[in-house]
Design a binder for this molecule. Structure first.
Ligand SMILES: Cc1cc2nc3c(=O)[nH]c(=O)nc-3n(C[C@H](O)[C@H](O)[C@H](O)COP(=O)(O)OP(=O)(O)OC[C@H]3O[C@@H](n4cnc5c(N)ncnc54)[C@H](O)[C@@H]3O)c2cc1C
Length: 386
């Protein structure tokens, strides 16, 4: 890591966290990098990888040990997500699995739901996914069409979801559905579904994406799926919208954490390339344009790093508010877009070749401005607080 990019460590940092980041970095570099081409072609990692990552303690690191997790905090998770983004351009749905789904179950799940899923998610025996987005409703969550209508002692679910991360391998799904379509936000519920035993449920194709090629993003279909009242997260219908709003800040910070790590990686790759590459009889790094561009990239990365580290500190004290989280997601992903584009330019034609990590970083980075709430939605949320 180039010291000037990171600056002083934040107050919450520790030697233990540093050791975790280093060991995760070694693992992802050794186990993910050699498989990237094969996984990109397949559109997914091997299923066994989830258990391998679980055995290393890199799944559910922020879930308490009594639920089978690592017993750490958001800081431990941040080290793992950062290490993955720095060591490889393999996209792997751990942020959705450990950072989002496991935390919904921890925050709202009944003891039975927690015991059933959290230990298996920590080991990688069960993969988690969250399904909000539909073909007709993404940003406007209240417009979803998936219904879970009361029928006897349970519910019947009909609808479809798209762009779902971990769609191919998901064993447990957090599904957003309307249980009372006339009740607006109060009519939305979250179901925690075991996908192995679900007649009427079907997975669609794995979608071919611009980037993040190794991540199984896909469609899910529900055709008369029967669910019980015990399948509602926490057991009480109508709480889904409030639960989503409470957890979205965390999700947005996780995207910011990913963005800043990708930005730092892009700069490190580019500095190394500019040092080696000869142009007009001198190193590319010696040209003033290269030096100025890299100085701008480094300054942007450092300011984003400082802001994101501060937001992590707030989250660790349970003081992260939705507006700060939206600012972090919006700003980090926009700066990532700018930085990775400038870095790619300094690679010339090599930057356009997918065998170069900078090209894959560029493609992987684009979606950070879209998912987890498009940046325009982030700006709406920020503006409302002004
Ligand atoms: C790779 C990938 C992985 C994903 N993983 C998941 C997942 O695991 N689970 C899940 O549920 N979803 C997932 N998504 C979906 C993602 O969260 C949505 O794509 C995103 O929320 C935007 O919704 P949309 O695509 O329907 O776009 P739309 O809602 O149609 O918005 C399109 C554009 O319109 C503009 N816009 C929309 N509303 C406003 C507004 N109010 N003001 C100003 N401009 C606006 C924005 O520019 C926005 O980008 C994933 C998407 C991708 C691409």
């Amino acid at each position: 890591m180039i010291a000037a990019l990171r600056g002083d460590a934040p107050a919450w940092h520790s030697h233990e966290l540093e050791a975790l980041r280093e060991s995760a970095h070694r693992f992802f570099a050794a186990e993910f990098v050699p498989n990237e081409e094969r996984w990109s072609t397949a559109g997914c990692v091997d299923r066994e990888v989830w258990r391998q990552v679980g055995a290393m303690g890199f799944l559910c690191a922020g879930i308490p040990a009594e639920h089978g997790g690592g017993g750490g905090s958001l800081a431990h998770e941040a080290m793992i997500y950062e290490a993955a983004a720095k060591a490889t351009t393999v996209a792997f749905g751990n942020i959705v699995h450990s950072g989002i789904v496991a935390h919904y179950i921890l925050a709202y799940g009944t003891p039975t739901q927690q015991q059933r899923w959290l230990p298996r998610m920590a080991s990688g025996d069960a993969v988690g996914a969250v399904a909000m987005t539909e073909p007709g409703a993404g940003s406007d969550l209240k417009a979803i069409g998936t219904h879970a209508i009361r029928d006897g002692d349970g519910y019947v679910i009909n609808g479809s979801k798209t762009f779902i991360t971990n769609a191919l391998y998901a064993d447990v799904l957090l599904l957003v559905a309307k249980t009372d379509p006339a009740a607006g936000a109060k009519g939305i519920s979250l179901f925690l579904l075991d996908l192995a035993e679900l007649p009427g449920f079907r997975r669609g194709r794995v979608l071919d994406k611009l980037g993040q090629k190794t991540q199984d993003t896909g469609e899910l279909f529900f055709d008369g799926v029967r669910a019980s009242t015990q399948d509602i997260l926490g057991g009480t219908p109508g709480c889904g919208f409030a639960q989503l709003m409470a957890q979205l800040a965390r999700e947005r910070l996780l995207i910011a954490i990913e963005a800043v790590a990708m930005m730092e990686r892009a700069i490190e790759l580019t500095v190394a390339h500019a040092r080696d590459r000869q142009v007009f009889g001198q190193r590319l790094l010696e040209l003033q344009n290269t030096r100025f561009k890299l100085a701008e990239c480094a300054t942007r990365a450092r300011t984003v790093r400082t802001f994101v580290d501060q937001a992590i500190g707030l989250a660790l004290q349970e003081r992260l508010d939705p507006v700060t989280a939206s600012m972090a997601k919006y700003w980090a992903s926009e700066q990532l877009g700018w930085v990775v584009d400038e870095c790619l330019q300094l690679f010339g034609g090599y930057g356009y070749m997918t065998e170069y990590p900078i090209a894959r970083l560029y493609a992987n980075a684009r979606v950070l401005r879209i998912y987890g709430g498009a940046n325009e939605i982030m700006k709406e949320l920020i503006a409302r607080a002004l």
